[in-house]
Write a protein that binds this ligand. Structure first.
Ligand SMILES: *Cc1c(COP(=O)(O)O)cnc(C)c1O
Length: 355
């Protein structure tokens, strides 16, 4: 086996509900699951109806994604030739890395950020150069540029960033695009924030914008994401992707979701309002610092040296949030924004555990 594959550390995804329930010794319907930034309201009601009535699951999906690219071009507001749909945006990250990163190459990531970029770079035999964000988790532009080596192939930006919740200012995006490297702008949480790099596509053929239907549209379990990019780059990605990468159920769900965009955006608004309510409540908790967020989660800083203890206390109460246990975030816990009663339970638990 290739040594860089043998040396890989598994990407820690979120566990199923039953597994969490068993660990806490609590009934699955009593568990509070806010560790994956999933949508607490579920998919559009259109989705179940469309899937139930769809007659053609015995056929393969269209390898050229004709319908998908047309529908997604409307959603992204770019030409269909710029669009590639993926089995989640995770697959598009993987495809991009396989297009540009070989053994010994690297990608530049402002740290902390989403873990898939460095994980997928490792699968290609490359590595991520982590450039520390400043004290406010803003990108250190000069350090980013200084980190670039002849082996650097891609810069990954995330806006709003997971897990810190802040956005990338356009001036920074432009400055990093001006390096000439491929810049991937991951907008997984776009709908909660409204800020996008899409208009920059016209000026920069080295820009790729990623979105997903996992968070705002509640389709995490069906796996569908989308990339918008230079048409030539899109053509190459279409040619090298697995032919049937997006399954037909995901395609049917996507189309019926977009037909209910207004309904889904009502829920997005509810989540954003709930985030702001949760933020206000968390700000009242002694010894806890919640970081302002433009997404559907809030990063919370607990008292120094007590991250693991607070996280364990949450788990034993049946509250599952996201914790990293080492490095700069070892005293931080990220909570997704869920339903109002879940907010109340999370805030009450933090208040007890941080006292
Ligand atoms: C959740 C998340 C994704 C994953 O999206 P999928 O479409 O479910 O693969 C990508 N990027 C970021 C920053 C995320 O937080």
């Amino acid at each position: 086996m290739l040594p860089h594959i043998q040396a890989l550390e598994t990407y820690q995804g979120v566990d199923p509900m039953e597994v969490m329930a068993e660990r806490a010794g609590i009934a699955p319907d009593k568990i509070i699951r806010l560790n994956g930034n999933e949508n607490p309201y579920g998919p559009s009601p259109n989705v179940a109806a469309a899937l139930g009535g769809y007659p053609n699951f015995n056929y393969y999906p269209d390898p050229d994604q004709r319908t998908l690219r047309r529908v997604l071009s409307g959603y992204m507001n770019v030409e269909p030739e710029r669009i590639v749909a993926g089995n989640g945006s995770d697959e598009l990250i993987d495809l991009l890395l396989r297009m540009y990163v070989g053994i010994g190459d690297n990608v530049i990531v402002p740290s902390p950020t989403f873990g898939m970029y460095s994980f997928s770079a490792g699968i290609c035999g490359g590595k991520a150069i982590a450039v520390e964000r400043d004290d406010n988790f803003e990108i250190d532009l000069e350090a980013m540029k200084a980190a670039i080596t002849p082996q650097s192939k891609i810069i990954f930006l995330t806006s709003p960033n997971n897990p810190t919740g802040n956005i990338v200012p356009e001036a920074q995006t432009r400055a990093l695009l001006d390096t000439g490297l491929i810049v991937v702008m991951d907008e997984a949480y776009f709908e909660f924030c409204g800020d996008t790099a899409i208009p920059l596509l016209a000026d920069y053929p080295n820009l790729v914008v990623l979105r997903t239907f996992s968070k705002w549209a509640g389709l995490a379990g069906l796996r569908i994401g989308v990339g918008a990019m230079d048409p030539e780059l899109a053509a190459t990605m279409m040619a090298m992707k697995p032919p049937y990468n997006v399954n037909l159920a995901a395609e049917v769900a996507l189309i019926s979701s977009l037909e209910d965009t207004p309904g889904l955006l009502v829920r997005v608004k509810q989540i954003v309002d709930e985030r702001d309510r949760m933020m206000q409540m968390l700000q009242q908790v002694p010894n806890l610092t919640p970081w302002p967020s433009r997404a559907n989660f809030i990063l919370c800083q607990v008292p120094e040296g007590r991250g693991q203890e607070v996280f364990d206390g949450l788990c034993s109460r049946g509250i599952f949030l996201r914790y990293w246990s080492s490095g700069r975030l070892k005293d931080y816990i990220r909570t997704s924004v869920g339903l109002p009663h879940e907010t109340d339970a999370v805030v009450a638990a933090f208040a007890e555990l941080c006292a």
